[in-house]
Design a protein around this ligand. Structure first.
Ligand SMILES: [Zn+2]
Ligand SMILES: [Zn+2]
Length: 176
């Protein structure tokens, strides 16, 4: 069984409803920011447009992603919706100053006729995740010196007050 599910734009010559299971994914968004996604079901309507194909749909997800302070994986879940227009790269405008009217689908230019469905999921998850995911509002994070998880108690390093002093810029002198 092939794990990756593809669609081929050139096969879509009339509107179709697509419903496909996507296997569990581990997405690496860089800087060790890894998101682990449970298997999900992706459902969307695909239809040819004047210059490409419009894909409109969504999926429910359950995932874990690292807390930005202590890096512990935190469960996140939700429902992602997308409205995308895929056009062949040959259609990409040469000019930089292209303006999009609000409410229009986001346009994505592709080189290859084949689109792995995992790519849609990955792109949407990148947009879905909060900028600063925390395991709890008052997560104490990791000690910047020894890396200990401060949620589990203080480490042997000097008190945090000292770190704050060294990390913040010196107070500005008022000229009088
Ligand atoms: Zn945390
Ligand atoms: Zn420490």
């Amino acid at each position: 069984m092939e794990l990756t599910v593809w669609i081929r734009f050139s096969d879509i010559v009339q509107p179709v409803e697509i419903r496909e299971k996507v296997q569990a994914l581990s997405l690496d968004f860089g800087y060790h920011y890894e998101v682990k996604l449970e298997p999900l079901e992706l459902a969307f309507a695909a239809r040819p447009t004047k210059s490409g194909h419009r894909l409109e749909g969504g999926f429910d997800y359950a995932a874990t992603a690292p807390c930005v302070r202590c890096l512990k994986h935190v469960p996140v879940s939700g429902s992602a919706r997308f409205d995308l227009e895929y056009r062949p790269a040959s259609q990409a405008p040469q000019e930089e100053d292209v303006e999009f009217a609000p409410g229009e689908a986001e346009i994505i230019y592709y080189e290859e006729d084949k689109l792995p469905l995992e790519e849609i999921v990955s792109q949407q998850m990148y947009l879905e995740l909060p900028d600063k995911l925390l395991c709890r509002d008052d997560c104490k994070g990791l000690c910047p010196r020894c890396g200990a998880d401060l949620n589990e108690g203080a480490c042997a390093c000097p008190p945090a007050a000292d770190d704050r002093l060294t990390l913040s810029p010196p107070p500005k002198q008022k000229e009088s």
